[in-house]
Design a protein around this ligand. Sequence first.
Ligand SMILES: Cc1cc2nc3c(=O)[nH]c(=O)nc-3n(C[C@H](O)[C@H](O)[C@H](O)COP(=O)(O)OP(=O)(O)OC[C@H]3O[C@@H](n4cnc5c(N)ncnc54)[C@H](O)[C@@H]3O)c2cc1C
Length: 283
Amino acid sequence: MHIVVCIKQVPDSAQIRVHPVTNTIMRQGVPTIINPYDLFALEAALRLRDKHGGKITVLTMGPPMAEESLRRALSFGPDRAVLLTDRTFAGSDTLATSFALASAIAKIGETFGAVDIVFTGKQTIDGDTAQVGPGIAKRLNLNQLTYVAAVRELNIEAGSITVERRAEGGVQVLITKLPCLITMLEGTNEIRRGSIDVALNAARAEIVTWNAAAAGIAEIGKCGLKGSPTVVKRVFAPPPRSEKAFQIDLTGLAPDSIAATTIDEIFKRLPALEKELKQMAQV
Ligand SMILES: Cc1cc2nc3c(=O)[nH]c(=O)nc-3n(C[C@H](O)[C@H](O)[C@H](O)COP(=O)(O)OP(=O)(O)OC[C@H]3O[C@@H](n4cnc5c(N)ncnc54)[C@H](O)[C@@H]3O)c2cc1C
């Protein structure tokens, strides 16, 4: 069993600032974290290895500083880390990102053994398009299971996996054939604390580092800005809401009239809301 987990290094969400001139996210000097969704994907992979054995490779595409996030990921216990880094990949949109990652996953399969499952997070907290996982699955012709909340069963003999998928109105139970790609939701498991030994090994581990050529990527035109039909035009913080919060004085009111008074006071200040809600109630 060989599992690949894609992790992305992202700016620590609490520190995200937009450059006033270039309208891009300022990454210089901003603390980075592993995209939270990807930690749940990594834990899901580690639990499958606990139960069924096999190897786990974590993969990231990013600038050389992304090695830091790979070392952090290694401290949770996967077997190997691959850093795909090359200036060629700069400015990649999701199409170019999924191309580069799919190519690297194919190379990982050739080099370290056929890949049975690819895990990604559902989305990142910076680009947050949720497009890269399905893009990789399409390019590698993998069955894909998205918005997965839990892995129910991996049947290696039958070559199948059963998962719970969170969908509107409930949970779907899906089964598919390996090899497959799974996009993992946030908060779907408890991430383990790596042991001291594992953390020390992670600090010393050799990180496999590939540029485009080493990853077997010949079609450079599909990478980076060149390979990106989507250009992020402007990133901006939404304008702060203008309405001020207001206080409703409920002192001395009988408990059973508090709700009605509150609603009356709100409608007095927001008549449009009253109209909208009344219309909705008639539908
Ligand atoms: C604010 C902002 C807005 C953007 N808007 C768009 C847009 O509308 N369209 C567009 O095409 N691009 C957009 N981008 C660029 C986009 O972020 C990059 O292409 C990025 O590499 C992948 O997209 P994502 O972050 O949305 O990933 P998602 O599709 O949300 O990521 C899903 C999963 O894929 C894996 N993954 C994603 N990136 C990597 C990586 N580099 N290495 C390893 N695993 C990875 C992770 O497991 C992640 O959880 C935007 C970037 C920013 C910062």
